[in-house]
Design a protein around this ligand. Structure first.
Ligand SMILES: Cc1cc2nc3c(=O)[nH]c(=O)nc-3n(C[C@H](O)[C@H](O)[C@H](O)COP(=O)(O)OP(=O)(O)OC[C@H]3O[C@@H](n4cnc5c(N)ncnc54)[C@H](O)[C@@H]3O)c2cc1C
Ligand SMILES: NC(=O)c1ccc[n+]([C@@H]2O[C@H](COP(=O)([O-])OP(=O)(O)OC[C@H]3O[C@@H](n4cnc5c(N)ncnc54)[C@H](O)[C@@H]3O)[C@@H](O)[C@H]2O)c1
Length: 484
Protein backbone atom coordinates (compact mmCIF):
# COMPACT_ATOMS: atom_id res chain seq x y z
CA UNK A 1 0.00 0.00 0.00
CA UNK A 2 3.05 2.32 -0.08
CA UNK A 3 4.14 4.26 -3.17
CA UNK A 4 6.80 6.97 -3.62
CA UNK A 5 5.39 10.49 -4.10
CA UNK A 6 6.69 13.28 -6.37
CA UNK A 7 9.57 14.33 -4.07
CA UNK A 8 10.40 10.81 -3.02
CA UNK A 9 7.99 10.95 -0.05
CA UNK A 10 6.03 7.82 0.73
CA UNK A 11 2.36 7.94 -0.20
CA UNK A 12 0.10 5.42 1.46
CA UNK A 13 -2.42 3.81 -0.89
CA UNK A 14 -4.78 1.77 1.31
CA UNK A 15 -8.20 0.44 0.40
CA UNK A 16 -9.75 2.73 3.01
CA UNK A 17 -8.66 5.91 4.76
CA UNK A 18 -10.83 6.62 7.81
CA UNK A 19 -10.78 10.10 9.35
CA UNK A 20 -11.72 10.05 13.05
CA UNK A 21 -11.46 7.21 15.56
CA UNK A 22 -14.77 7.64 17.38
CA UNK A 23 -17.58 5.07 17.38
CA UNK A 24 -18.08 5.37 13.61
CA UNK A 25 -14.43 5.37 12.50
CA UNK A 26 -13.38 2.57 14.85
CA UNK A 27 -16.23 0.33 13.69
CA UNK A 28 -15.39 0.83 10.02
CA UNK A 29 -11.68 0.27 10.60
CA UNK A 30 -12.12 -2.93 12.61
CA UNK A 31 -14.69 -4.49 10.26
CA UNK A 32 -12.63 -3.61 7.18
CA UNK A 33 -9.43 -5.00 8.73
CA UNK A 34 -11.24 -8.23 9.62
CA UNK A 35 -12.05 -8.67 5.91
CA UNK A 36 -8.37 -8.21 5.02
CA UNK A 37 -8.70 -4.69 3.58
CA UNK A 38 -5.79 -2.30 4.07
CA UNK A 39 -6.89 0.57 6.32
CA UNK A 40 -5.37 3.86 7.45
CA UNK A 41 -7.13 5.36 10.50
CA UNK A 42 -6.35 8.95 11.49
CA UNK A 43 -7.25 10.46 14.89
CA UNK A 44 -6.25 13.92 16.01
CA UNK A 45 -7.35 13.68 19.62
CA UNK A 46 -8.32 10.69 21.82
CA UNK A 47 -9.06 7.24 20.42
CA UNK A 48 -12.69 6.36 21.14
CA UNK A 49 -13.97 9.87 20.34
CA UNK A 50 -16.87 11.41 22.22
CA UNK A 51 -18.65 8.23 23.27
CA UNK A 52 -15.75 6.84 25.27
CA UNK A 53 -14.21 10.04 26.54
CA UNK A 54 -16.90 12.69 26.96
CA UNK A 55 -20.23 11.07 26.06
CA UNK A 56 -21.96 7.74 26.62
CA UNK A 57 -19.39 6.10 28.87
CA UNK A 58 -18.70 8.85 31.45
CA UNK A 59 -22.36 9.91 31.49
CA UNK A 60 -23.56 6.38 32.21
CA UNK A 61 -20.83 5.89 34.82
CA UNK A 62 -21.95 9.08 36.57
CA UNK A 63 -25.59 7.96 36.35
CA UNK A 64 -24.63 4.60 37.88
CA UNK A 65 -23.14 6.41 40.89
CA UNK A 66 -26.26 8.57 41.17
CA UNK A 67 -28.53 5.49 41.10
CA UNK A 68 -26.58 3.98 44.01
CA UNK A 69 -27.28 7.14 46.01
CA UNK A 70 -30.94 6.84 45.04
CA UNK A 71 -31.09 3.15 46.07
CA UNK A 72 -29.68 4.06 49.48
CA UNK A 73 -32.34 6.71 50.01
CA UNK A 74 -35.10 4.27 49.01
CA UNK A 75 -33.77 1.31 51.02
CA UNK A 76 -35.92 2.32 54.00
CA UNK A 77 -39.04 1.40 51.95
CA UNK A 78 -37.80 -2.22 52.03
CA UNK A 79 -37.10 -2.24 55.75
CA UNK A 80 -33.39 -1.70 55.31
CA UNK A 81 -31.92 1.03 57.46
CA UNK A 82 -30.51 3.77 55.30
CA UNK A 83 -30.24 7.48 55.20
CA UNK A 84 -28.89 10.33 53.18
CA UNK A 85 -25.80 8.93 51.42
CA UNK A 86 -22.43 10.61 51.85
CA UNK A 87 -21.26 11.50 48.35
CA UNK A 88 -17.53 11.97 47.85
CA UNK A 89 -17.34 13.84 44.55
CA UNK A 90 -13.62 13.19 44.12
CA UNK A 91 -14.32 9.43 44.35
CA UNK A 92 -17.31 9.64 42.01
CA UNK A 93 -15.01 11.43 39.56
CA UNK A 94 -12.38 8.70 40.03
CA UNK A 95 -15.04 6.04 39.29
CA UNK A 96 -16.00 7.85 36.06
CA UNK A 97 -12.37 8.10 34.94
CA UNK A 98 -11.65 4.49 35.93
CA UNK A 99 -14.60 3.34 33.81
CA UNK A 100 -13.19 5.17 30.79
CA UNK A 101 -9.74 3.72 31.48
CA UNK A 102 -11.18 0.19 31.74
CA UNK A 103 -12.83 0.44 28.31
CA UNK A 104 -10.05 2.44 26.59
CA UNK A 105 -7.85 -0.58 25.67
CA UNK A 106 -10.65 -1.79 23.35
CA UNK A 107 -10.31 1.45 21.37
CA UNK A 108 -6.54 1.87 21.69
CA UNK A 109 -3.91 2.54 19.03
CA UNK A 110 -2.16 -0.69 20.11
CA UNK A 111 -5.27 -2.83 19.63
CA UNK A 112 -6.00 -1.37 16.21
CA UNK A 113 -2.38 -1.75 15.09
CA UNK A 114 -2.54 -5.38 16.25
CA UNK A 115 -5.57 -5.80 13.96
CA UNK A 116 -3.42 -4.62 11.05
CA UNK A 117 -4.81 -1.06 10.87
CA UNK A 118 -2.24 1.70 10.20
CA UNK A 119 -3.12 4.27 12.87
CA UNK A 120 -1.85 7.82 12.40
CA UNK A 121 -2.07 10.15 15.39
CA UNK A 122 -2.59 13.54 13.80
CA UNK A 123 -5.05 15.87 12.10
CA UNK A 124 -6.31 14.81 8.67
CA UNK A 125 -7.09 17.23 5.87
CA UNK A 126 -7.98 16.73 2.22
CA UNK A 127 -5.60 18.51 -0.15
CA UNK A 128 -7.48 17.46 -3.29
CA UNK A 129 -10.25 15.06 -4.30
CA UNK A 130 -7.97 12.02 -4.00
CA UNK A 131 -5.54 12.91 -1.23
CA UNK A 132 -5.59 13.32 2.54
CA UNK A 133 -2.59 14.60 4.45
CA UNK A 134 -1.91 13.99 8.16
CA UNK A 135 1.32 15.55 9.40
CA UNK A 136 3.80 14.85 6.62
CA UNK A 137 2.04 11.68 5.53
CA UNK A 138 -0.01 11.69 2.31
CA UNK A 139 -2.73 9.08 1.79
CA UNK A 140 -4.34 8.31 -1.56
CA UNK A 141 -6.97 5.76 -0.67
CA UNK A 142 -9.38 3.86 -2.89
CA UNK A 143 -12.17 5.17 -0.63
CA UNK A 144 -12.25 7.79 2.15
CA UNK A 145 -14.58 7.57 5.11
CA UNK A 146 -15.13 10.77 7.05
CA UNK A 147 -16.15 10.14 10.66
CA UNK A 148 -15.25 13.43 12.32
CA UNK A 149 -18.24 13.49 14.73
CA UNK A 150 -19.87 16.48 16.34
CA UNK A 151 -19.19 19.04 19.04
CA UNK A 152 -21.42 20.99 21.44
CA UNK A 153 -23.49 23.76 19.81
CA UNK A 154 -23.29 26.77 22.12
CA UNK A 155 -26.14 29.27 21.68
CA UNK A 156 -25.40 33.00 21.27
CA UNK A 157 -26.77 33.98 24.70
CA UNK A 158 -25.43 37.45 25.59
CA UNK A 159 -22.85 37.26 28.38
CA UNK A 160 -22.32 33.48 28.12
CA UNK A 161 -18.77 34.06 26.91
CA UNK A 162 -18.10 36.18 30.02
CA UNK A 163 -18.60 33.33 32.50
CA UNK A 164 -16.96 29.92 32.80
CA UNK A 165 -19.33 27.24 31.56
CA UNK A 166 -19.23 23.49 31.17
CA UNK A 167 -20.19 21.33 28.20
CA UNK A 168 -20.05 17.55 27.82
CA UNK A 169 -16.37 18.07 26.94
CA UNK A 170 -15.55 19.37 30.44
CA UNK A 171 -18.26 18.31 32.92
CA UNK A 172 -16.72 14.86 33.43
CA UNK A 173 -13.52 16.54 34.65
CA UNK A 174 -15.44 18.07 37.56
CA UNK A 175 -14.16 16.53 40.80
CA UNK A 176 -15.91 18.90 43.23
CA UNK A 177 -19.49 19.26 44.43
CA UNK A 178 -21.27 22.07 42.58
CA UNK A 179 -23.10 24.46 44.90
CA UNK A 180 -25.96 24.94 42.42
CA UNK A 181 -25.78 23.42 38.94
CA UNK A 182 -27.78 25.23 36.27
CA UNK A 183 -28.30 23.20 33.08
CA UNK A 184 -29.37 24.91 29.87
CA UNK A 185 -31.11 22.49 27.48
CA UNK A 186 -33.70 19.82 28.22
CA UNK A 187 -32.60 17.26 25.60
CA UNK A 188 -30.97 13.92 26.38
CA UNK A 189 -27.73 15.41 27.74
CA UNK A 190 -29.55 18.00 29.88
CA UNK A 191 -32.07 15.65 31.52
CA UNK A 192 -29.54 12.85 32.13
CA UNK A 193 -27.00 15.19 33.75
CA UNK A 194 -29.59 17.24 35.68
CA UNK A 195 -31.07 14.13 37.29
CA UNK A 196 -27.69 12.49 37.96
CA UNK A 197 -26.34 15.54 39.80
CA UNK A 198 -29.61 15.96 41.70
CA UNK A 199 -29.53 12.33 42.86
CA UNK A 200 -25.96 12.96 44.02
CA UNK A 201 -27.42 15.62 46.30
CA UNK A 202 -26.69 18.76 44.26
CA UNK A 203 -29.29 21.54 43.89
CA UNK A 204 -30.07 21.60 40.15
CA UNK A 205 -32.08 23.91 37.89
CA UNK A 206 -32.91 22.73 34.36
CA UNK A 207 -33.81 25.42 31.80
CA UNK A 208 -35.49 24.41 28.55
CA UNK A 209 -36.54 27.01 25.98
CA UNK A 210 -39.21 24.77 24.45
CA UNK A 211 -42.58 23.93 25.96
CA UNK A 212 -41.44 20.56 27.22
CA UNK A 213 -38.45 18.32 27.83
CA UNK A 214 -37.25 15.70 25.31
CA UNK A 215 -39.13 17.17 22.38
CA UNK A 216 -38.38 14.21 20.05
CA UNK A 217 -40.29 11.87 22.35
CA UNK A 218 -44.00 11.20 22.72
CA UNK A 219 -45.24 14.01 25.02
CA UNK A 220 -46.98 11.57 27.35
CA UNK A 221 -43.80 9.58 27.88
CA UNK A 222 -41.58 12.66 28.19
CA UNK A 223 -44.11 13.91 30.75
CA UNK A 224 -43.26 10.95 33.00
CA UNK A 225 -39.59 12.00 32.91
CA UNK A 226 -40.51 15.62 33.62
CA UNK A 227 -42.49 14.52 36.70
CA UNK A 228 -39.68 12.19 37.84
CA UNK A 229 -37.12 15.01 37.66
CA UNK A 230 -39.39 17.37 39.58
CA UNK A 231 -40.11 14.77 42.23
CA UNK A 232 -36.36 14.19 42.63
CA UNK A 233 -36.08 17.91 43.34
CA UNK A 234 -34.78 19.26 40.02
CA UNK A 235 -36.17 22.77 39.47
CA UNK A 236 -37.45 22.28 35.91
CA UNK A 237 -38.37 25.40 33.96
CA UNK A 238 -39.76 24.83 30.49
CA UNK A 239 -40.50 27.77 28.19
CA UNK A 240 -37.46 29.45 29.77
CA UNK A 241 -36.45 32.56 27.87
CA UNK A 242 -32.91 33.53 28.83
CA UNK A 243 -32.14 37.18 28.20
CA UNK A 244 -28.50 37.15 29.29
CA UNK A 245 -25.94 35.64 31.62
CA UNK A 246 -23.87 37.79 33.95
CA UNK A 247 -21.03 37.14 36.37
CA UNK A 248 -22.24 37.14 40.01
CA UNK A 249 -20.48 38.76 42.94
CA UNK A 250 -19.96 35.50 44.82
CA UNK A 251 -17.89 34.09 41.92
CA UNK A 252 -20.74 32.24 40.19
CA UNK A 253 -23.10 33.62 37.59
CA UNK A 254 -26.62 34.88 37.21
CA UNK A 255 -29.11 33.80 34.54
CA UNK A 256 -31.36 36.73 33.71
CA UNK A 257 -34.70 35.77 32.14
CA UNK A 258 -36.62 38.01 29.76
CA UNK A 259 -39.12 38.57 32.60
CA UNK A 260 -36.29 40.31 34.49
CA UNK A 261 -36.05 37.55 37.10
CA UNK A 262 -32.51 36.34 37.91
CA UNK A 263 -31.34 33.02 39.33
CA UNK A 264 -27.80 32.47 40.52
CA UNK A 265 -25.68 29.35 40.20
CA UNK A 266 -22.18 28.10 40.84
CA UNK A 267 -21.76 25.84 37.77
CA UNK A 268 -23.36 26.20 34.36
CA UNK A 269 -23.76 23.28 31.94
CA UNK A 270 -24.63 24.14 28.35
CA UNK A 271 -26.40 21.17 26.72
CA UNK A 272 -28.21 22.81 23.84
CA UNK A 273 -27.49 20.38 21.00
CA UNK A 274 -24.66 19.35 18.74
CA UNK A 275 -23.11 20.62 15.55
CA UNK A 276 -21.25 18.42 13.07
CA UNK A 277 -17.47 18.77 12.67
CA UNK A 278 -17.05 19.89 9.06
CA UNK A 279 -14.32 22.51 9.37
CA UNK A 280 -10.56 22.06 9.06
CA UNK A 281 -10.92 18.88 6.99
CA UNK A 282 -10.39 20.51 3.57
CA UNK A 283 -13.86 19.56 2.34
CA UNK A 284 -13.79 22.24 -0.36
CA UNK A 285 -10.47 20.98 -1.76
CA UNK A 286 -12.04 17.53 -2.02
CA UNK A 287 -15.28 18.77 -3.63
CA UNK A 288 -17.34 17.59 -0.67
CA UNK A 289 -20.49 19.59 0.06
CA UNK A 290 -21.72 20.34 3.58
CA UNK A 291 -24.29 22.51 5.31
CA UNK A 292 -25.45 23.12 8.88
CA UNK A 293 -26.79 19.54 9.09
CA UNK A 294 -23.33 18.12 8.35
CA UNK A 295 -21.47 16.58 5.41
CA UNK A 296 -24.16 16.03 2.80
CA UNK A 297 -24.67 12.35 2.06
CA UNK A 298 -27.20 10.43 0.01
CA UNK A 299 -29.10 7.37 1.24
CA UNK A 300 -25.96 5.32 0.55
CA UNK A 301 -23.91 7.65 2.81
CA UNK A 302 -21.93 8.89 -0.22
CA UNK A 303 -20.77 12.50 -0.32
CA UNK A 304 -20.58 14.68 -3.43
CA UNK A 305 -17.09 13.18 -4.00
CA UNK A 306 -17.67 9.64 -5.32
CA UNK A 307 -14.62 8.34 -3.44
CA UNK A 308 -15.80 9.62 -0.06
CA UNK A 309 -18.47 8.64 2.47
CA UNK A 310 -19.48 10.41 5.69
CA UNK A 311 -20.84 8.46 8.65
CA UNK A 312 -21.84 8.93 12.28
CA UNK A 313 -22.51 12.32 13.85
CA UNK A 314 -20.86 14.32 11.03
CA UNK A 315 -23.23 12.97 8.34
CA UNK A 316 -25.94 15.38 7.20
CA UNK A 317 -28.48 15.73 4.41
CA UNK A 318 -30.89 12.99 3.34
CA UNK A 319 -28.77 10.13 4.65
CA UNK A 320 -28.20 11.55 8.10
CA UNK A 321 -29.79 9.96 11.12
CA UNK A 322 -30.07 10.40 14.83
CA UNK A 323 -26.79 11.07 16.63
CA UNK A 324 -26.20 7.89 18.59
CA UNK A 325 -23.30 5.48 18.92
CA UNK A 326 -25.44 2.61 17.64
CA UNK A 327 -26.34 4.67 14.56
CA UNK A 328 -22.64 5.36 13.96
CA UNK A 329 -21.99 1.60 14.19
CA UNK A 330 -24.88 0.88 11.84
CA UNK A 331 -23.51 3.40 9.31
CA UNK A 332 -20.13 1.66 9.54
CA UNK A 333 -21.66 -1.69 8.57
CA UNK A 334 -23.51 -0.17 5.60
CA UNK A 335 -20.42 1.62 4.28
CA UNK A 336 -18.34 -1.56 4.47
CA UNK A 337 -20.93 -3.40 2.37
CA UNK A 338 -20.80 -0.68 -0.25
CA UNK A 339 -17.11 0.26 -0.21
CA UNK A 340 -15.65 -3.27 -0.01
CA UNK A 341 -18.34 -5.40 -1.65
CA UNK A 342 -20.08 -2.88 -3.94
CA UNK A 343 -23.44 -3.96 -2.53
CA UNK A 344 -26.23 -1.36 -2.70
CA UNK A 345 -27.14 0.06 0.73
CA UNK A 346 -29.76 2.48 2.00
CA UNK A 347 -29.96 4.17 5.37
CA UNK A 348 -33.32 4.72 6.99
CA UNK A 349 -34.77 1.22 6.68
CA UNK A 350 -33.72 -0.28 9.98
CA UNK A 351 -35.71 0.83 13.04
CA UNK A 352 -33.42 2.78 15.36
CA UNK A 353 -34.06 2.56 19.10
CA UNK A 354 -33.32 5.56 21.30
CA UNK A 355 -32.91 5.49 25.05
CA UNK A 356 -32.67 8.30 27.58
CA UNK A 357 -30.92 6.98 30.67
CA UNK A 358 -32.96 8.72 33.33
CA UNK A 359 -34.66 7.03 36.27
CA UNK A 360 -37.02 5.73 35.00
CA UNK A 361 -35.51 5.15 31.55
CA UNK A 362 -37.32 6.19 28.41
CA UNK A 363 -36.85 3.99 25.34
CA UNK A 364 -38.55 4.30 21.97
CA UNK A 365 -38.50 2.89 18.48
CA UNK A 366 -40.42 3.84 15.37
CA UNK A 367 -43.25 6.35 15.24
CA UNK A 368 -44.88 8.22 18.10
CA UNK A 369 -48.68 8.24 18.36
CA UNK A 370 -48.89 11.67 16.66
CA UNK A 371 -46.56 10.67 13.80
CA UNK A 372 -48.37 7.37 13.27
CA UNK A 373 -51.85 8.88 13.18
CA UNK A 374 -50.66 11.55 10.74
CA UNK A 375 -49.09 8.97 8.39
CA UNK A 376 -51.45 6.01 8.80
CA UNK A 377 -54.81 7.43 9.90
CA UNK A 378 -56.41 4.56 11.78
CA UNK A 379 -54.16 3.24 14.53
CA UNK A 380 -54.56 1.40 17.81
CA UNK A 381 -52.73 2.26 21.03
CA UNK A 382 -51.83 -0.61 23.35
CA UNK A 383 -50.80 0.24 26.90
CA UNK A 384 -49.60 -1.58 29.93
CA UNK A 385 -48.64 0.01 33.24
CA UNK A 386 -45.59 -1.10 35.22
CA UNK A 387 -47.88 -0.90 38.27
CA UNK A 388 -49.58 -4.04 36.86
CA UNK A 389 -46.31 -5.97 36.49
CA UNK A 390 -45.59 -8.28 39.42
CA UNK A 391 -41.80 -7.93 39.29
CA UNK A 392 -42.08 -4.15 39.26
CA UNK A 393 -44.35 -4.43 42.33
CA UNK A 394 -41.78 -6.53 44.22
CA UNK A 395 -39.12 -3.92 43.53
CA UNK A 396 -41.41 -0.88 43.99
CA UNK A 397 -40.53 0.27 40.46
CA UNK A 398 -44.15 0.80 39.45
CA UNK A 399 -43.74 4.12 37.68
CA UNK A 400 -44.19 4.09 33.91
CA UNK A 401 -45.83 2.12 31.15
CA UNK A 402 -45.54 0.65 27.68
CA UNK A 403 -47.30 2.44 24.84
CA UNK A 404 -47.30 0.62 21.52
CA UNK A 405 -48.75 2.02 18.30
CA UNK A 406 -50.08 -0.56 15.85
CA UNK A 407 -52.25 -0.68 12.73
CA UNK A 408 -55.74 -2.21 13.05
CA UNK A 409 -54.23 -5.43 11.61
CA UNK A 410 -51.47 -5.52 14.23
CA UNK A 411 -48.48 -4.17 12.33
CA UNK A 412 -46.19 -2.44 14.81
CA UNK A 413 -45.55 1.20 13.92
CA UNK A 414 -43.75 2.22 17.09
CA UNK A 415 -43.34 1.62 20.76
CA UNK A 416 -42.26 3.74 23.72
CA UNK A 417 -41.49 2.38 27.14
CA UNK A 418 -40.93 4.54 30.17
CA UNK A 419 -40.04 2.58 33.27
CA UNK A 420 -37.31 0.53 34.93
CA UNK A 421 -34.96 -1.15 32.42
CA UNK A 422 -36.84 0.38 29.46
CA UNK A 423 -33.59 0.41 27.45
CA UNK A 424 -33.43 -3.39 27.69
CA UNK A 425 -37.18 -3.92 27.29
CA UNK A 426 -37.40 -2.14 23.94
CA UNK A 427 -35.46 -4.85 22.08
CA UNK A 428 -38.33 -7.31 21.32
CA UNK A 429 -40.17 -4.39 19.71
CA UNK A 430 -37.08 -3.49 17.65
CA UNK A 431 -36.74 -7.10 16.55
CA UNK A 432 -40.43 -7.36 15.69
CA UNK A 433 -40.34 -4.15 13.64
CA UNK A 434 -37.12 -5.14 11.83
CA UNK A 435 -38.47 -8.55 10.87
CA UNK A 436 -42.04 -7.49 10.09
CA UNK A 437 -43.50 -9.51 12.98
CA UNK A 438 -46.95 -8.55 14.18
CA UNK A 439 -47.93 -7.65 17.71
CA UNK A 440 -49.73 -11.04 17.96
CA UNK A 441 -46.32 -12.71 17.56
CA UNK A 442 -45.11 -10.86 20.67
CA UNK A 443 -48.31 -11.86 22.48
CA UNK A 444 -47.74 -15.54 21.64
CA UNK A 445 -44.26 -15.88 23.16
CA UNK A 446 -43.66 -17.48 26.57
CA UNK A 447 -42.16 -14.95 28.98
CA UNK A 448 -40.49 -16.00 32.24
CA UNK A 449 -42.45 -15.05 35.36
CA UNK A 450 -41.94 -12.74 37.17
CA UNK A 451 -39.95 -10.47 34.86
CA UNK A 452 -40.19 -6.93 33.62
CA UNK A 453 -40.28 -8.48 30.11
CA UNK A 454 -43.90 -9.39 30.77
CA UNK A 455 -44.87 -5.77 30.17
CA UNK A 456 -44.30 -6.50 26.49
CA UNK A 457 -46.56 -9.55 26.58
CA UNK A 458 -49.24 -7.68 28.53
CA UNK A 459 -49.25 -4.73 26.11
CA UNK A 460 -49.29 -7.11 23.12
CA UNK A 461 -52.16 -9.17 24.57
CA UNK A 462 -54.21 -5.96 24.76
CA UNK A 463 -54.37 -6.18 20.95
CA UNK A 464 -56.13 -9.53 21.16
CA UNK A 465 -58.66 -8.58 23.84
CA UNK A 466 -61.40 -7.24 21.51
CA UNK A 467 -61.49 -10.66 19.79
CA UNK A 468 -62.35 -12.20 23.15
CA UNK A 469 -65.47 -10.00 23.14
CA UNK A 470 -66.42 -11.05 19.59
CA UNK A 471 -69.94 -12.65 19.70
CA UNK A 472 -68.85 -15.40 17.27
CA UNK A 473 -65.98 -16.40 19.54
CA UNK A 474 -68.38 -16.45 22.51
CA UNK A 475 -70.84 -18.59 20.56
CA UNK A 476 -68.01 -20.99 19.72
CA UNK A 477 -67.10 -21.26 23.40
CA UNK A 478 -70.69 -22.07 24.37
CA UNK A 479 -70.94 -24.59 21.51
CA UNK A 480 -67.81 -26.40 22.70
CA UNK A 481 -69.18 -26.29 26.27
CA UNK A 482 -72.35 -28.07 25.12
CA UNK A 483 -70.24 -30.80 23.51
CA UNK A 484 -69.21 -31.73 27.08
C1 LIG B 1 -23.00 13.56 26.99
C2 LIG B 1 -23.32 12.62 25.86
C3 LIG B 1 -23.86 11.39 26.15
C4 LIG B 1 -24.16 10.50 25.12
N1 LIG B 1 -24.73 9.31 25.44
C5 LIG B 1 -25.05 8.45 24.46
C6 LIG B 1 -25.62 7.20 24.77
O1 LIG B 1 -25.85 6.86 25.92
N2 LIG B 1 -25.90 6.35 23.75
C7 LIG B 1 -25.65 6.68 22.45
O2 LIG B 1 -25.92 5.87 21.56
N3 LIG B 1 -25.11 7.87 22.12
C8 LIG B 1 -24.80 8.76 23.09
N4 LIG B 1 -24.22 9.95 22.77
C9 LIG B 1 -23.94 10.24 21.36
C10 LIG B 1 -22.62 9.56 20.92
O3 LIG B 1 -21.57 9.95 21.78
C11 LIG B 1 -22.29 9.96 19.48
O4 LIG B 1 -23.40 9.69 18.65
C12 LIG B 1 -21.08 9.18 18.97
O5 LIG B 1 -19.95 9.44 19.76
C13 LIG B 1 -20.80 9.57 17.51
O6 LIG B 1 -19.64 8.89 17.07
P1 LIG B 1 -18.78 9.47 15.86
O7 LIG B 1 -17.70 8.47 15.61
O8 LIG B 1 -19.65 9.87 14.75
O9 LIG B 1 -18.14 10.82 16.41
P2 LIG B 1 -17.10 11.10 17.59
O10 LIG B 1 -17.25 10.15 18.70
O11 LIG B 1 -17.25 12.57 17.90
O12 LIG B 1 -15.67 10.84 16.94
C14 LIG B 1 -15.13 11.68 15.96
C15 LIG B 1 -13.61 11.63 16.07
O13 LIG B 1 -13.05 12.29 14.93
C16 LIG B 1 -11.89 12.98 15.36
N5 LIG B 1 -11.58 14.00 14.36
C17 LIG B 1 -12.35 15.09 14.02
N6 LIG B 1 -11.74 15.78 13.03
C18 LIG B 1 -10.59 15.13 12.73
C19 LIG B 1 -9.54 15.35 11.81
N7 LIG B 1 -9.55 16.40 10.95
N8 LIG B 1 -8.50 14.48 11.78
C20 LIG B 1 -8.47 13.41 12.63
N9 LIG B 1 -9.43 13.16 13.52
C21 LIG B 1 -10.48 14.00 13.56
C22 LIG B 1 -12.28 13.53 16.73
O14 LIG B 1 -11.16 13.86 17.49
C23 LIG B 1 -13.08 12.36 17.30
O15 LIG B 1 -12.26 11.51 18.05
C24 LIG B 1 -23.90 10.86 23.77
C25 LIG B 1 -23.34 12.10 23.48
C26 LIG B 1 -23.05 12.98 24.51
C27 LIG B 1 -22.46 14.30 24.17
N1 LIG C 1 -28.99 8.55 25.90
C1 LIG C 1 -28.50 8.88 24.72
O1 LIG C 1 -28.54 8.13 23.76
C2 LIG C 1 -27.89 10.22 24.57
C3 LIG C 1 -27.51 10.96 25.69
C4 LIG C 1 -26.97 12.22 25.49
C5 LIG C 1 -26.80 12.69 24.20
N2 LIG C 1 -27.16 11.95 23.15
C6 LIG C 1 -27.02 12.47 21.77
O2 LIG C 1 -26.43 13.74 21.81
C7 LIG C 1 -27.28 14.67 21.13
C8 LIG C 1 -27.19 16.00 21.80
O3 LIG C 1 -27.94 16.07 22.96
P1 LIG C 1 -28.39 17.47 23.57
O4 LIG C 1 -29.24 17.14 24.74
O5 LIG C 1 -27.25 18.38 23.76
O6 LIG C 1 -29.22 18.13 22.39
P2 LIG C 1 -30.74 18.12 21.97
O7 LIG C 1 -30.79 18.77 20.65
O8 LIG C 1 -31.32 16.76 22.12
O9 LIG C 1 -31.46 19.05 23.06
C9 LIG C 1 -31.07 20.39 23.24
C10 LIG C 1 -32.18 21.15 23.94
O10 LIG C 1 -31.70 22.43 24.27
C11 LIG C 1 -32.75 23.36 24.10
N3 LIG C 1 -32.18 24.70 23.92
C12 LIG C 1 -31.48 25.16 22.86
N4 LIG C 1 -31.12 26.44 23.07
C13 LIG C 1 -31.60 26.80 24.29
C14 LIG C 1 -31.56 27.99 25.08
N5 LIG C 1 -30.93 29.09 24.63
N6 LIG C 1 -32.17 28.00 26.28
C15 LIG C 1 -32.79 26.88 26.74
N7 LIG C 1 -32.88 25.75 26.03
C16 LIG C 1 -32.28 25.69 24.84
C17 LIG C 1 -33.49 22.85 22.88
O11 LIG C 1 -34.81 23.35 22.85
C18 LIG C 1 -33.43 21.33 23.09
O12 LIG C 1 -34.55 20.85 23.78
C19 LIG C 1 -28.66 14.07 21.13
O13 LIG C 1 -29.34 14.42 19.97
C20 LIG C 1 -28.40 12.59 21.17
O14 LIG C 1 -28.38 12.06 19.88
C21 LIG C 1 -27.71 10.73 23.31
Amino acid sequence: MVKLGQKGSRVLQPDLCVIGAGSAGLSVASIAASFGASVVLIEKNRMGGDCLNVGCVPSKALIAAALHACTMREAGDFGIGAGEPVVDFAKVHAHVKATIAAIAPMDSVERYRAMGVSVIEGEARFTDAHTVVAGNQAIRARRFIIATGSRPAVPPIPGLDQVPYLTNETIFDLAERPGHLVVIGGGAVGVEMAQAYRLLGVPVTLLEAGERLLTQEDPEMAGVIDRALRSDGVAVRTGASIDRIKPAKAGGFGVVFSTGETIEGSHLLVATGRKPVVDGIGLEAAGIASDASGILVDKGLRTSNRRAYAIGDCAGGEGSGARFTHVANHHAGLVIRNALFRLPVRVGHAPVPRVTYTAPELASVGLTEAQASERHGAIRILRWAFADNDRARTEKKTEGYVKAVVTPRGRILGCSIVGAHAGELIMPWVLAMSRGLKVSHLAGLIYPYPTYSEVTKSAAVEFLKPSAQNPWVRRLVSLVRRLG
